[in-house]
Each structure stands twice: as C-alpha cells, then as structure tokens.
Design a protein around this ligand. Structure first.
Ligand code: SF4
Length: 349
C-alpha cells in the first residue's frame, strides 16, 4: 500500500521550522527514556510497528486464516510421511525380529526414536495452527464501541469476523505538518475505516508512549489516506488478545505533549552538544532492552549511530566473551542492567 504523501518528504512544515522529523519509534523511545530515544534517533531505523520478535512461534502466521490454512497444508503432509515411516519401521522390525534375529528390535527402536524426535518438532506448531483456525471459525463478530472513550479488550478474530481485512503499508506514512513518520505492523480495513495494529511483547499495563503511538498512527492514517481511524489496536504478540485505544481528543493531546517533549530533547541535545542524563530511577535501566548486555562479535554487534560504528564499552566478561550494550556504547558508561548487577555485585556468603 503506497503512501500518498511520500512526495512531500523534503518540503515539510516542521523541517521549515527547523524541527526534526521524528519516527514514531524514536518518539516513543524518547518518552520511555531520553537516552533510549537518542540511541533510536542515531540508528535511523524505520518504525517497525512492533516490538522485536521474541516468541518461538512468531514465525507462524497466527493472524490470517488463509495463511494458516496454507501453512497447515504444507506441514501436515510432512507429518503424514513421518507416520508412514514409523508404521514401516514397526512392521519391518516385527518381521525381522520374529523371522531373522531378535536383536533387530534394537534397530527398530533406534528408527522409532528418530521418528519421534522429528514428530516432537513438527507437531506443536500444527496444534497451535489448528487451535488458531478453530478460534477463527468459532469467533462471533464484535467491534469496540465507537462512542465510548474507554479502552476495550477485543479479540482479533472477532474483529476479522466483523468484516475487517488485514493489510500492511509498504512504506512509512509521513505527515509534514506533524513532522512524524512511521507505520503500524498491520492494518485492519473495512472500506473507509482503517484500524492500525501495533504488536507488543509485554502483557503489562499500557504506558503513555503506547497511547501516543496509537494516536500517531490514527492521525497519520487519517491525514495520508483521508479515511477514518477511530481507534487502534495494541495486540499482545503470540495471542489474539488486543486492547482497542480510542482516537479521542485526549489521545491527540497526549500525542501533542509527547511529540513536543521528544522534539525538545533532540533539539536541546543538538544545540548544547550534551547527551541527556540517565533516568533518576535506576529501576528503568534494570530491564531496559537498550542496556541489555550482549556478547561482543566484532563487525556485527557494534552500534551504528549517525552512520558511524562506535567502539564498545565492556560491561563484563565471561567465558563466552566480552559483553556490551547499545546504551553503554553510545553514552560511554555501563548501565545498571539486572544482568550487569548480577555479574558485578560481589556474592555474600
Ligand atoms: S539503559 Fe537506562 S539510560 Fe540506557 S536507555 Fe535504558 S533506561 Fe535509558
């Protein structure tokens, strides 16, 4: 799906005012922690519209019935072939054991172990897909109440059964006046109603950055496409549970405040040449993905910031090698991530 306003990219109102154009991902990171936002700003990556995939089953198509059916049609014959092989192994083992030598039973047992190991790998994804299909078929049509400003829990399949078709934007949406660009993970479309979907890993309560994100998607969609976007969905990854956040005047105000704060952090950093300070509460760093230490692999794990590869700042060392983090490398320090604390705090006897 092409973005109709891509051509406006270089004649933007915000750019003319000397304000940076922000990606939605950068804006929400700046709201979470100024340093996280600066790292995202320096990386210059497009908004992915979802949290980084972590679930083992994230590779499965859990959200589109035709893709689920296609995947099942590909996977089931493989299982059938292994079952036929298992039956052949059992029959052959019985024949050889009874008619030739008793110890052929061990050969048969080895063959069965191989088949069972293959089936253990193959069957769980199929069970997941079959459950998904059953849920999709049994769901009743239901959509959030458009007149209520409150968040509502909705089910993905209930939305799909209500007539919404799944889609995705190829390119980021961009609005010159907002000075904002980004695209949701998916959209649900029913004629001139378009619902953006953000896929989130956490099941914890939503934060202000989540509300700002959904308001931003809704506004971009309405401005770029000229359609209605009355709410957006925050979908919990690996499930079909979503929270519908309404696109109200309060949501727009939240977006305005978050965007203004985000811009002022970037502007202050550029004009003063000073990096933002770490958050007052070290609790934020304890579980922060930007401060998460990873094993150093030269040429692969270094942070690229403003098109430059930064040298690493080691957090600690184990037999696996030296560990470093994006935040540590960008701001030349060692964030107090829970993993760092576990490694560097002396153990009490
Ligand atoms: S590690 Fe701490 S300072 Fe760094 S981005 Fe995360 S929360 Fe911010």
């Amino acid at each position: 799906m092409e973005n109709r306003v891509q051509s406006h990219r270089f004649t933007t109102t915000q750019q003319e005012r000397g304000l940076p154009v922000l990606g939605i991902h950068v804006m929400t990171e700046l709201e979470y922690c100024p340093r996280a936002g600066v790292v995202a700003y320096g990386e210059g990556r497009d908004d992915p519209g979802e949290d980084p995939p972590v679930e083992n089953l994230d590779y499965l198509p859990l959200y589109d019935l035709s893709e689920i059916n296609r995947e099942l049609n590909q996977r089931c014959p493989v299982v059938y072939r292994w079952l036929v092989l298992a039956a052949a192994v059992i029959v052959l083992t019985l024949i050889l054991t009874l008619l030739v030598r008793w110890y052929f039973i061990f050969c048969g047992a080895i063959g069965l172990v191989v088949v069972i190991a293959a089936l253990i790998d193959l069957i769980p994804p199929i069970i997941t897909l079959v459950r998904c299909r059953a849920n999709a078929m049994s769901a009743q049509p239901r959509t959030p109440d458009p007149d209520s400003p409150e968040d509502e829990v909705v089910n993905w399949w209930e939305m799909r059964r209500s007539g919404f078709e799944i889609g995705a934007y190829k390119e980021a949406l961009f609005d010159a006046e907002l000075g904002l660009k980004g695209k949701p993970w998916k959209i649900l479309r029913d004629y001139d109603v378009v619902i953006p979907v953000f896929k989130r890993n956490s099941s914890k309560p939503l934060h202000r950055q989540d509300y700002a994100r959904i308001a931003a998607y809704c506004q971009l969609i309405e401005r770029c496409e000229g359609v209605t976007s009355p709410y957006g969905l925050v979908l919990q990854a690996g499930t079909h549970r979503a929270i519908a956040i309404k696109h109200t005047a309060a949501a727009q105000e939240t977006l305005r405040v978050v965007l203004e704060q985000a811009r002022s952090i970037i502007r202050d950093m550029v004009t003063s040449g000073q990096d933002p300070l770490p958050p007052h509460s070290t609790g934020l760093c304890r579980n922060c993905p930007i401060g998460y230490p990873r094993v150093y692999r030269p040429g692969e794990t270094e942070l690229i910031s403003n098109k430059q590869q930064l040298p690493i700042v080691p957090a600690y060392q184990t037999v696996r090698g030296v560990f470093h983090s994006k935040c540590g490398d960008r701001f030349r320090w060692v964030p107090r991530h829970a993993r760092v604390e576990r490694r560097t705090t002396p153990q009490r006897r």
